[in-house]
Every structure is written in C-alpha cells, then in structure tokens.
Design a protein around this ligand. Structure first.
Ligand SMILES: Nc1ncnc2c1ncn2[C@@H]1O[C@H](COP(=O)(O)OP(=O)(O)O)[C@@H](O)[C@H]1O
Ligand SMILES: [Mg+2]
Length: 196
C-alpha cells in the first residue's frame, strides 16, 4: 500500500534521508525508530508531498505522487510540530480540518463526536486549545489527523509530552482503528470473492 523506493533528501550539505526503501502493507502498523536527526520527519514530509525527494519515489496505494490532491486525501497526518489553532476550541479545530477534507453536515458532526471521544476531550470541546495541557494538545492534533477517516495514517511523534496513561490509550486506540479497518478490508474482500 505504501512503497518508498531509494528515497534521498538533502538540505544543502546535510543529508537527511539516504536511500530509504520500505513497503507497508494494508493493515500493518509500522514504526520508524531512530534518534533525533535520523530523518524520520523528513521521510514523513516526503511521504505527504510537503517535500520533493532529490531521488527515489513514494507510492501511496500504488497510485503515486502524494503531491496529487486525490492521493493526499487518503492520508491523515499528525505533524510533530502541532498544527492545531490556539485560538480555536477543540471542536472548531476539528470542524476546520474536517472541512478541508470536504466533510459537512451530519457526517462532519458525527466525526467530530467520534474524535472528541477518541481524544478524551469531550468535556473540554468548547474550550480554546491554548488552555489545554501539552498532552491534551497532542491528542487533539492526532484527532484532527483522523477526522476524515483516512485509510493511511502517518503520525510523527504522536506521544511526545503525553502522560504514560494517555500514551497507552493512544497506542490502544491506534490498534483498535487498525483492527476495525482490517475487519472491513476482510469483509469487503470476502464480499468481492463471493461475488466473483
Ligand atoms: N528545514 C531544514 N533545513 C535544514 N536542515 C534540516 C531541516 N529539517 C531537518 N534538517 C536536518 O535533517 C536531519 C534530519 O532531521 P529530521 O528529519 O527532523 O529527523 P528526525 O525527525 O528523525 O529527528 C537533521 O540533521 C536535521 O538537522
Ligand atoms: Mg522528527
């Protein structure tokens, strides 16, 4: 589903990504581990089309270039640098990101309710995000990445600044999203093989 082939990226004299190749199949939870400066964030930026590789290629779902809007629509990304708006409430942030992905009406309202539960922020949904703790902001940042229920989810340091209990909650939630997606994948392939 995701293929990186011989990816290279340098910032002037600094080589950030030096020949990364990997393949992530549907249903896999894949972790990129490495010390600070290893090139993880740069790799994610290449995967979402924020940066162009110097050499090599990114294929999402076999389609290709994440610079293409229709490819990017299938990706949810929670950046390492928080992307939520301080002056907006939790709910307004989610609505904003949902609208960017063309959600509206009851579909958007349902996803916002889901995201509030997911991030454990239902009680604080009408508070501005600048009043949140670092961990709560991180959880909202993650929920904004998931608002459009994307098939591909990229999370850059999703648990930085999050307390151990919430960290476990985030890991378990990611596993349960993955499990739900796998089940629906199996159901649809059972359906298509049954219909052949
Ligand atoms: N915008 C940038 N300009 C110049 N150098 C950068 C930039 N972003 C990252 N780097 C450098 O690229 C390398 C990889 O950084 P990064 O991808 O952020 O690593 P990680 O996310 O694994 O900590 C580091 O040496 C970092 O200093
Ligand atoms: Mg990083």
């Amino acid at each position: 589903m995701i293929q990186l082939r011989d990816l290279h990226k340098a910032y002037d004299a600094t080589t950030a990504v030096d020949g990364v190749s990997l393949e992530i199949r549907a249903g896999e939870t894949f972790g990129l581990l490495g010390p600070n400066g290893a090139g993880k964030t740069t790799t994610i930026h290449l995967m979402v089309g924020v940066l162009q590789p110097d050499r090599g290629s990114v294929l999402i779902d076999g389609v290709g270039d994440p610079a293409i809007a229709s490819v990017r629509r299938n990706i949810g990304v929670a950046p390492q640098t928080l992307s939520i708006y301080d002056e907006l409430t939790a709910e307004e942030n989610l609505r904003f990101f949902g609208r960017l992905y063309s959600l509206s009406g009851s579909a958007l309202a349902e996803r916002i309710d889901w995201a509030m539960e997911f991030s454990g922020l239902t009680e604080r949904r009408r508070d501005r995000s600048k009043t949140f703790s670092g961990g709560m902001q991180r959880r909202l940042n993650l929920a904004c990445a998931l608002i459009h229920d994307p098939p591909v989810i990229l999370l850059d340091e999703p648990t930085v600044g999050v307390d151990p209990q919430s960290r476990n909650h985030i890991f378990e939630s990611i596993e349960s999203i993955n499990m739900a997606a796998l089940l629906s994948l199996q159901a649809s392939s059972a359906f298509s093989s049954a219909s052949v």
